[in-house]
Design a protein around this ligand. Structure first.
Ligand code: AMP
Ligand code: ZN
Length: 462
């Protein structure tokens, strides 16, 4: 069963075939690190983590690059507004570098908590200014650029197929007005280099052949992906909002500069995390961070399990209630697994292989995680498979799910509970079993269960 992926470029599910043998070059548009990433953002990165796991499961070798935007992303996609990092630095009265370092660290910590495999390269836009300037020079030489008052722009009317990813209508191009020198030639033209306003108050700016300034947001992805993955590569991922502007412009400048078409073979886009039926947002709510969920008693992996319940391309409704449901289901799953773990039954290889094949078929159909999860439950409930076979399958499937199904849960026990446990231990030592039992009940009423084993008392959350 070959891997099939939905390609935004063709609007079809296609059999995945890399440009070169079993090598897959994968690029993901990463975060702009000016604030905490919320669970909506993180759903996106979880989706690409599963994609990567599916590719590896299919024996592909994956090189994954994810950029970190630390300059040039303006508050409006139309090349206007403030630079998000500069704005945050001003607001928090910090150096831009400190803003980036802090939020990047939180982001990477969230990756670890969510079991997201790190990309092979995390290039930062501000560390690749030379590469971005070189790309503008190539575009300039080929006649794709022009200069106006606030920067160097890409002339989208030079391309017959501009907007093919978003299926933008050609007429759109003509709507642009050629008014003052200070304005763009076409509505869809975009900044490659923006000049710093004078006198400059920016923390991050660089000299260039055209003037002091900073790169446009779209440019970093083209310049850095080509540096680490080459001038043509296999898969580019991002959010659906990237299709009409960001990815459209990445394609325009890359195909013009590198002369390779298509620049990227497969484009994949993740759908939104919703709250009350709409994209999570400040006004609608749902903008939790992983730390906030942890404070509410959830584990990051509860959120991972929750996300697996929807295929990456479909919107997913978030609520604390739904997350609670995911937490309980994950807990039940782990309990079942710990029970079947040490089975010594003889495995029937045929049974195991047949189930693995079925699983591969499901997951290879454009990464159908909800169906794969229900298949996992079917396997656990099956009366045709013994426990040893089930356990082998669970461990196999978890290569995709990444839920650490085999790991003992590490729980942080509140001090209050620790004190009660110690008291109970003393009571037991003194053979005061009535007090010990009372304490066990008290601990239970606070949500913790004690199991006395020959290696001492083991505690778990109820
Ligand atoms: P940003 O840091 O704002 O550039 O966003 C980082 C990533 O999060 C982008 O790929 C967005 O598409 C994605 N994203 C933002 N909001 C949501 C959401 N509600 N659901 C899923 N992905 C989102
Ligand atoms: Zn990008």
């Amino acid at each position: 069963m070959p891997l099939r992926l939905y390609n935004t470029l063709s609007r079809k599910k296609e059999v995945f075939k890399p440009l070169k043998n079993k090598q897959v070059k994968l690029y993901t548009c990463g975060p702009t690190v000016y604030w905490y990433q919320h669970i909506g953002n993180l759903r996106m990165y979880l989706s690409w983590d599963i994609l990567k796991r599916v590719l590896k499961y299919n024996n592909f070798n994956v090189k994954h690059v994810m950029n970190i935007t630390d300059v040039g992303h303006l508050t409006s996609d139309a090349d206007t507004g403030e630079d998000k990092i500069e704005k945050a630095a001003k607001k928090e009265e910090k150096r831009a570098e400190d803003i980036v370092k802090y939020y990047l660290k939180v982001f990477k910590d969230d990756f670890k908590k969510l079991n997201i495999i790190e990309p092979d390269v995390w290039p930062r836009a501000s560390k690749h200014i030379k590469e971005q300037i070189n790309m503008i020079k190539i575009l300039e030489k080929k006649g794709f650029t022009y200069k106006i008052k606030d920067g160097i722009y890409f002339d989208t009317s030079k391309l017959k197929d501009y907007g093919k990813l978003a299926k933008l209508k050609k007429e759109g191009l003509k709507e642009g007005k050629r008014i003052d020198k200070g304005e763009k030639r076409n509505k869809t033209d975009f900044a490659l280099w923006k000049f710093s306003k004078q006198p400059s108050k920016r923390q991050q700016e660089w000299k260039s052949p055209w003037g002091i300034g900073y790169p446009g947001w779209h440019l970093e992805c083209s310049a850095m992906s080509s540096k680490y993955l080459g001038k043509q590569f296999d898969i580019h991922t991002g959010g659906q909002e990237h299709i009409p502007v960001h990815h459209t412009n990445e394609i325009a400048q890359s195909e013009s500069a590198f002369g390779k078409k298509p620049w990227v073979k497969y484009w994949m886009h993740g759908a939104w995390l919703l709250f009350k039926g709409e994209k999570v947002s400040k006004s609608k709510g749902g903008l939790y961070t992983i730390s906030e969920l942890e404070k509410k008693g959830f584990d990051a992996l509860d959120y991972r399990y929750f996300c697996l319940n929807k295929q990456y391309g479909k919107p997913l409704n978030f609520s604390l209630k739904n997350l609670e449901f995911a937490r309980n289901t994950r807990k039940r799953l782990k309990e079942i697994i710990s029970k079947i773990k040490n089975s010594r039954e003889k495995k029937n290889k045929k049974n195991v292989e047949a189930a693995k094949k079925q699983f591969l078929e499901i997951i290879n159909d454009d990464i159908n995680t909800p169906k794969a999860l229900s298949f996992l439950w079917d396997v656990l409930r099956s009366d045709k498979l013994n426990n040893a076979e089930k356990y082998e399958l669970v461990i196999e499937f978890d290569k995709i799910f990444g839920l650490d199904l085999d790991k003992e849960e590490k729980i942080s026990i509140p001090i209050e509970i620790k004190k009660l446990i110690a008291k109970r231990q003393t009571a037991r030592k003194n053979k005061d079993f009535t007090t010990a039992d009372k304490l066990r009940e008290k601990i239970k009423s606070k949500g913790y269960y004690i199991n006395d084993t020959e290696h001492g008392a083991k505690v778990r959350k109820l």
